[in-house]
Write a protein that binds this ligand. Structure first.
Ligand code: AMP
Length: 216
């Protein structure tokens, strides 16, 4: 099964993608994490990417798509796209590519949250700088066992550079303008599911699983 998970920042995309990977083994193609990994390598490409991401702007479509294409080709079973497509051009490039390699998206799940929830979630979000696992200082299920340390790999947890107020505002504007219209695009293709993502990670995951089970 190939799944798109989309929604605004802090809507739970990464958390749900991790849960789906853990339970069903689908490969996660998380574009934010892929880009952050490239930045960590300190390459010229990484520096170009950082200059976009740190201000909350999107990286150029072609560059993003080259990275995604490689990941889709490498995915063994199903895959979960977390953070891609983020605009209409990316959605069209993806569709054309999947047609070429005789694959398709089975469902596009939109995680719906209010701006208030986004702000609250962002205020406590911490991530592992090594393995990209998400944590939260207040959400019970996401609190790390040892404060400031990743449960999975033992490395330090940090705040994301692009979660300063200015970058957050820019990302929300990008989302409204460019990503939200994708709901219509996938609705027309009859693969859109909108989920209320205000609840706990387990509650949201239960809704996602219900959808997936109805498709299989
Ligand atoms: P995320 O971790 O999904 O919130 O992504 C972090 C940042 O990476 C975004 O704010 C963008 O700057 C960049 N990014 C992630 N996915 C994409 C994409 N599909 N197209 C362009 N830029 C992206």
């Amino acid at each position: 099964m190939n799944i798109i998970i989309f929604g605004p920042q802090a809507s739970g995309k990464g958390t749900i993608a991790n849960k789906l990977h853990g339970k069903y083994g689908y490969s996660i193609i998380g574009t934010g994490n892929l880009l952050r990994n490239e930045i960590k390598k300190g390459t010229k490409l990484g520096k170009t990417i950082a200059s976009c991401i740190d201000n909350g702007n999107l990286v150029p479509d072609e560059l993003m798509f080259e990275i995604v294409k490689k990941e889709i080709k490498n995915a063994r079973s199903g895959f979960i796209l977390d953070g891609f497509p983020r605009n209409m051009k990316q959605a069209e490039m993806l569709e054309e590519f999947l047609d070429d390699i005789k694959k398709k998206i089975d469902v596009a799940i939109y995680l719906n949250v209010s701006n208030e929830t986004i702000m609250e979630r962002l205020s406590g979000r911490i991530v592992c700088e090594n393995c990209n696992e998400n944590y939260h200082t207040k959400t019970k299920e996401l609190i790390p066992k040892t404060p400031g340390i990743c449960d999975k790999c033992g490395k330090a947890l940090t705040r994301r550079v692009d979660e300063n107020p200015e970058a957050v505002k820019t990302r929300l504007e990008w989302h409204k303008e460019q990503t939200e219209p994708l709901r219509e695009y996938y609705e027309e293709k009859n693969i859109l599911k909108i989920i209320d993502s205000e609840g706990s990670p387990d509650e949201v995951m239960a809704k996602v699983e219900k959808i997936i089970k109805n498709i299989v």
